[in-house]
Design a protein around this ligand. Structure first.
Ligand code: HEC
Ligand code: HEC
Length: 272
């Protein structure tokens, strides 16, 4: 009996040792993995937390379903609005005119006296320069224009301004990020700062970076905006989500974008 017990004990401890070694080996692999352009200092794009299959879809423009939205955005670029003007009337060379735009938003806007997201900037152009109506953040037209503009910042480093007039809004966004909320009483940081790489339900948690937005969600068969993602994450902790385009989310977007400073533009990134 005594003998049986110690045999079992030995078995258990060798299994335990085995798993420690496996975890050790995995940890070494994680440390040694060179993520190339997808990592800057200790910051890693969501790309690096995806499966090989999902990464392969993102890497190949012919397979990446987000590219159909980009193509739609390209044709919208030269589609005339109510006053006969199109984006192309004034921005004839989007490769040049929209270069670096997406990685530098959101910004402080003097006219509004607060933060403006790129969607809101596009709406300003639609309404004021073309006589069209404003679009919702996740409308087909907006997501098409956003993914198209986003491709003009591919591989350019995320670089938002957080000093001067932008600073008070940045601080508000930062406070939101660390505030616990919802029935689960969790902050963004509890998941995306404390637990990247760990599993939550069926998902591997990432750092919650936004350098690839709008990202194409395989689950939805369409792209989604940053603010839609924020809403989803607020709902996961059973907190009341804010509206897309709310000041709360625009400030939060500025903070989250800054967290990913230096990461490359990857629009349209592909996610589960
Ligand atoms: C009548 C001319 C005109 C039209 C039409 C127009 N734009 Fe603009 N756009 C401008 C000018 C001028 C600026 C820079 C000054 C300003 O903000 O008004 C600008 C600025 C922008 C910016 C900000 C760039 C930056 O560096 O911050 C974006 C983004 C933009 N336009 C996108 C669009 C899109 C998308 C469309 C079509 C839906 C469009 N524009 C239609 C003239 C136009
Ligand atoms: C309970 C855990 C949890 C909390 C709290 C949470 N998220 Fe998430 N978030 C997730 C999961 C799960 C995903 C999908 C997998 C991933 O990319 O991490 C996700 C994805 C994201 C993404 C997409 C990243 C990408 O590369 O596509 C962003 C951005 C994000 N979250 C931001 C936030 C922000 C901002 C907050 C706070 C308002 C927040 N999250 C709070 C669990 C959480």
């Amino acid at each position: 009996m005594e003998n049986e017990k110690s045999k079992l004990g030995w078995k258990l401890s060798s299994i335990a040792l085995g798993s420690v070694l496996m975890i050790g080996a995995m940890a070494v692999e994680v440390i040694a993995k060179d993520w190339g352009k997808h990592q800057v200092d200790n910051r890693r794009s969501g790309y690096t937390y995806m499966t090989d299959e999902t990464r392969a879809v993102q890497d190949d423009d012919f397979e990446n379903p987000g590219m159909l939205w980009v193509e739609n955005g390209e044709s919208l670029w030269s589609t005339a609005g109510a006053n006969g003007k199109s984006c192309a009337s004034c921005h004839a060379d989007p490769d040049k005119d929209m270069k670096g735009v997406s990685v530098s938003y959101p910004r402080y806007d003097k006219k509004l006296g607060k933060i403006i997201t790129l969607e809101q900037m596009v709406n300003r152009e639609l309404v004021e320069k073309m006589g069209d109506k404003a679009e919702k953040f996740d409308s087909k037209k907006m997501l098409s224009l956003m993914t198209f503009i986003g491709t003009k910042s591919r591989d350019m480093p995320v670089n938002v301004k957080i000093d001067g007039d932008a600073n008070p809004f940045f601080e508000k966004g930062k406070a939101f990020y660390y505030e616990r909320r919802g029935q689960l009483d969790m902050s963004c940081a509890n998941c995306h700062e404390d637990n990247p790489g760990n599993m939550i339900r069926a998902n591997t948690l990432s750092e919650g970076q936004i350098n690839g937005f709008p990202t194409y969600r395989l689950k939805w068969q369409k792209p989604g905006s940053v603010h839609r993602r924020f809403k989803g994450c607020n709902k996961q902790v059973r907190a009341k989500p804010y509206k897309a385009g709310s000041d709360e989310y625009s400030n939060l977007e500025l903070y989250v974008k800054w967290r990913g400073r230096g990461l490359p533009g990857e629009t349209p990134a592909v996610r589960n």
